[in-house]
Write a protein that binds this ligand. Structure first.
Ligand code: ZN
Length: 125
């Protein structure tokens, strides 16, 4: 692992944490789930999952590799990837808001945004 890789990991984790807080503050009164795909920390594609019962396959191709993302109703997963660790594939299905699956070697992340109020962790004191 190079210094640059470590820096990238720290940045990704930091940004995801920030993103989660941001999402939590805006995602009240929403039943819709959105899939946000990021590549190298930048938004790549956002897809609304509400009312799409059909399976969708999205191929995310980056200079580092290829990730195949499967959308099935209101859940998503990284179905296949050509990365070394396969951690993103092992993460499995995401079905609740704020769940995230990251492919570090390929610098791809998928995240669910929105959802019902029940799904938000920090509501009560
Ligand atoms: Zn991976």
């Amino acid at each position: 692992m190079t210094k640059w890789d470590k820096l990238l990991i720290i940045t990704v984790v930091f940004l995801s944490t920030l993103g989660m807080f941001y999402v939590k503050s805006i995602s009240t009164n929403s039943d819709n789930l959105y899939l946000a795909i990021e590549v190298d920390g930048k938004p790549y594609k956002t897809i609304s999952l509400g009312g799409s019962p059909k399976n969708q396959l999205i191929t995310v191709e980056t200079p580092a590799g290829i990730n195949l993302i499967e959308v099935e109703g209101n859940r998503v997963r990284i179905k296949e990837a050509d990365c070394r660790d396969q951690l993103c594939v092992k993460t499995g299905w995401l079905s609740r808001a704020n769940q995230i699956s990251i492919c570090l070697p390929n610098r791809v992340s998928i995240k669910l945004i929105g959802g019902k109020e029940d799904d938000i962790d920090i509501i009560s004191y």
